[in-house]
Design a protein around this ligand. Structure first.
Ligand SMILES: [Zn+2]
Ligand SMILES: [Zn+2]
Ligand SMILES: [Zn+2]
Length: 334
């Protein structure tokens, strides 16, 4: 059973999950081996290599866990957290711990081994977003969970160990630190001004224009004013929606189009970088109308490495200004 432990000084939670190691002596987990097509468990016809699916989109009447799907969601075979059991919160002297309960699922975005998210059609990308929505709506009913993290690692430098295009979802019994930081900042802004800080940012950036990468009907892509990484990009719905899963259909459509545009431009300008994509969403505890938090997507191409200075100070040295990054991506039309 994985375990959640809280650092007594900073309040930071970590997951101790020894099950993810193949052998007790296998301490170096981060080996740069990426599983290619020959042994790929996500390819069509290899459905028995994954745990049984929890969701699949099929349009040809094929049965569950057999070939013929367009998209599949399956539990992660090597989950960071375990779905069965109770939290069993306990003190351990001055420390706090609980069982590592959570859901860890994999969204297999396409049956086609070689097709990246950027190469998918807008309709195919939209289907991936709908799968995120369906799984969030389902997992929200589980009262043990407080937050669902949806993310994608593309490429070995971003942490992907399988080539086949996929995203992941982790339902957590705690609210992660980065969400807490954003929520607290957004709450402060709202209590001072009675306005959403993200709506304010969108308005100001669209007016100024210099950090805007691209706009469409419902979504704007921009380089944030103080980015941690070169070419860090935020995709925000123009209108205020607190929760990803409660947004109207046209927002998914626009987001799919925006993702395709931005990823293709990054591929052109930055030579197809590896990247991490993360959805920042409201925690479940904010179920009433939430005026201060505004969900968004953060996209981070892996162009630099996090080193001692960043680990030591918690702040980042970014060699590319957001104004320059936005300029490059505005002009990298494929
Ligand atoms: Zn594959
Ligand atoms: Zn807003
Ligand atoms: Zn964010």
């Amino acid at each position: 059973m994985p375990e959640l432990r809280k650092d007594a000084v900073t309040g930071r939670w970590v997951i101790i999950s020894t099950e993810r190691r193949k052998r007790p002596s296998d301490f170096r987990l981060e080996r740069p081996t990426v599983i290619g097509e020959q042994f790929c468990p996500f390819c069509t016809g290899r459905e028995q290599m994954t745990p049984p699916e929890v969701l699949a989109f099929r349009n040809n009447g094929s049965g569950p866990n057999s070939a013929g799907w367009d998209l599949r969601v399956v539990p992660n075979k090597f989950p960071a957290l375990q779905v069965e059991g109770s939290l069993d919160r306990q003190g351990d002297g001055l420390f706090d711990r609980m069982n590592g309960i959570g859901a860890h699922e994999v969204i297999i975005e396409t049956p086609d081994h070689g097709k990246s998210l950027a190469a998918m059609s807008e309709a195919e990308i939209e289907r991936v977003l709908w799968a995120f929505r369906e799984r969030i709506v389902d997992l929200k009913r589980d009262i043990r969970f407080r937050y669902i993290l949806v993310f994608k690692n593309h490429g070995a430098a971003a942490g992907a160990t399988l080539e086949h295009s996929h995203s992941q979802l982790i339902a957590l019994p705690i609210i992660p630190d980065f969400v807490r930081e954003e929520i607290e900042g957004a709450k402060l802004h709202f209590s001072a001004k009675e306005r959403c800080v993200f709506c304010d940012i969108i308005h100001q950036e669209i007016t100024a224009g210099k950090r805007v990468i691209h706009e469409n009907a419902d979504v704007v892509a921009l380089a944030p004013y103080a980015p941690r990484f070169p070419f860090e990009t935020w995709l925000l719905p123009r209108n205020h929606y607190a929760r990803f899963e409660d947004s109207p259909r046209q927002v998914y459509e626009s987001l799919a189009r925006m993702l395709k545009t931005v990823l293709m431009r990054m591929n052109k300008a930055l030579e197809s970088p590896d990247y991490n994509l993360i959805i920042h969403n409201s925690p479940f505890s904010d179920q009433q109308a939430n005026d201060y938090y505004h969900w968004h997507v953060e996209l981070m191409p892996k162009l630099t490495r996090t080193a001692g200075f960043e680990w030591g100070t918690g702040f980042y040295i970014n060699p590319t200004s957001p104004e320059e990054a936005a300029h490059v991506l505005r002009n990298a039309k494929a």
